[in-house]
Design a protein around this ligand. Sequence first.
Ligand SMILES: Nc1ncnc2c1ncn2[C@@H]1O[C@H](COP(=O)(O)OP(=O)(O)OP(=O)(O)O)[C@@H](O)[C@H]1O
Length: 540
Amino acid sequence: MAGFQEETIMAALLITAEALIKASSVYLVSVLYIKWRGSINARIHKLYFTDLVYYDVNTSGKIDNPDQRITQNLDRMCHNFSQIFAPIIIAPFTIAYYLYKSVESTSYIGPVGVLCFFLVATVINKVLMSPVVNFVFKRQEMEGNYRFKHMLLRTNAESAAFYRSGEIEKFYTDQRLHRLLKTQHSLILRQYPLNFSVNLFDYLGSVLSYILLAFPIFHGDYDSKSPADFSSLISANSFVIMYLINCFTRLIDLSVKAAEVAGNAHRVGELIEELQKIKDKQRTLNYDKDIRPSTPPSDQVELTDINIDSRMTQKALTVTELTYGPPKSCDILCKNLTFQLEAGVNILVTGDSGCGKSSLLRVIAGLWPSTHGSVKFHEAVNPSKILFLPQKPYFTDGTLKQQVIYPLKEMDYGSVSMDDESIHQYMELTGLQKLTDRSLGLENYCCNDWYQELSPGEMQRLSFVRLFFHQPRFAVLDEATSQIGVDLERVLYGKCRELGITVMSVGHRESLRQFHQLELRLQGRGNWTIQPITDSLTSS
Ligand SMILES: Nc1ncnc2c1ncn2[C@@H]1O[C@H](COP(=O)(O)OP(=O)(O)OP(=O)(O)O)[C@@H](O)[C@H]1O
């Protein structure tokens, strides 16, 4: 009786200890998770934003939106890990104690029997667990793809609506959902035998305790005991063996959760590795970002017949023997292109739609790799030296002023010698005074989605306010005035000249020619020409 009481107290103590460890582990894992997630997400942000791989990542189609995907996987992984942490920590102590107790009551038969049972169960569960890990990993990937499709549609809902593309978008979204459900179904199919085996070993465990007790009973070890002592001994010993089996079966039960943790960890690892690979690939690109001034190669375009402002002789960039095409394609958009962007000499890039004008800017900006040749910057690529205005204007969430000073932050604003009055003047110049009034000034209205608030022409005008605010020495403008009237276009280019901003523009409009001194024409099939513009306002 005393033995039975002792076992009960011991079991109660162990259960309490486990509950305590479980609560503490959930707390500990949560605290660690916050730190861990902070550092992992910061690493992703660095790879994704600072190292300029986001463009590649998004166009690679392999891991769109890695930040969100990694966070989701980390969430699940940490949740499951906090569930299995406590049982794993407490298991060695309970197992050691009950092994010792079962040796006392059944000699070697009890522990050996339980260990053999555990080994068989572990091997079988291990075999059944492997496919589950793979499918958990696949399900995460499919779920990420499906969610990303929804996010993409939400972001571009208006453009899709203009094309009345509801049916086709429904088709593609259903396809992704179908793939996700199919993977989930396959996962459930693989989980079925694993769950069956886990439950089977749970039940077999309770029967096993009586089988193991039968050995000392039939061996005659308890023959000398009175019926009362015998029955209390049996109940005490069966309790010990049952608890020992229970310790092992609980470890086996963890295999389902362990499979989930392994699947999630695998996916997080793969996403990070993929980002790192893209970054390494970028590093090995034949792309020279050296910002030190250098002497130009001898075979560059001669600009002797161009009226160059003698005060400005510095160069922004030199493109040498550049051959490029769309990534993951054998097409060549331009072959052996050589030119330089020199202060005071505006260049107009022209050519038919799809001939590779924007692609040239992508290669120059380092977003696309080149097949051959190099791009050498003589100025640092930062807003005060060289600023890119992309074809699709970019706006972040925040106030009007944050849009103007972008990519600077409010806190960096002090480092720029410009007051709000100048911004107001530029808003007025570009015809955006109404927008300032509507926004109750530059800083009083915080908008989450400026794309919904501005017309395409307003977006382009606001981009010019940004350009005037930064006053870089060089600007690369991709169809930056396509939605603006020719009168305002003249004003904007005039202001660029007044502020000493040399531009390289991509555009189709005839009216643009007068603001440039050189025309770089991409003729398709890799051919190109570069020649002076005779009707330029500034040419001699
Ligand atoms: N991310 C991409 N992946 C693969 N091919 C692309 C990608 N973006 C553009 N292309 C292809 O590269 C070619 C050149 O595109 P680009 O955007 O440079 O044309 P463009 O000359 O600027 O045309 P437009 O005047 O219409 O803007 C096109 O055939 C286009 O389909």
